[in-house]
Design a protein around this ligand. Structure first.
Ligand code: ZN
Length: 122
């Protein structure tokens, strides 16, 4: 079975997720409300999966791609959050293409739309 981003992540380091604590990794974040929608591609906007992330349910460092033939698929939500915290961005709106490759060698076309808001501790 092809590996997903979180499998690779689970074998290496971690920042937050099932092994860590979101509040330790991101003490600056008081509240967040972030929608992540996985699309078949940025051209074919067909929705494949949806995630809703909050401080209490932050998900993990990585969000996996649901394409069954995608290897290493997904993206690092942790990197997006670290970028937002660095810039004290209160609104996030990003489109990210999957970092995986299909087992045939073709690049995975799945994409993720990240939309939401973050409130920081004063
Ligand atoms: Zn993928």
């Amino acid at each position: 079975m092809p590996k997903k981003a979180s499998d690779i992540f689970n074998e290496t380091n971690y920042v937050f997720g099932s092994k860590g604590d979101f509040k330790d990794a991101f003490p600056e974040i008081q509240e967040m409300s972030i929608n992540v929608t996985e699309l078949e591609s940025l051209i074919w906007m067909k929705e494949q999966a949806a995630h809703y992330l909050t401080v209490d349910y932050p998900g993990g460092e990585y969000i996996d791609c649901t394409n069954p033939s995608c290897d290493g698929g997904g993206f690092s939500m942790g990197n997006i959050l670290r970028g937002a915290v660095n810039g004290k961005e209160e609104e996030i709106e990003k489109s990210i293409t999957c970092q995986g490759a299909e087992t045939s060698g073709r690049r995975c076309m799945h994409a993720f739309k990240v939309n939401g808001s973050i409130k920081y501790r004063a």
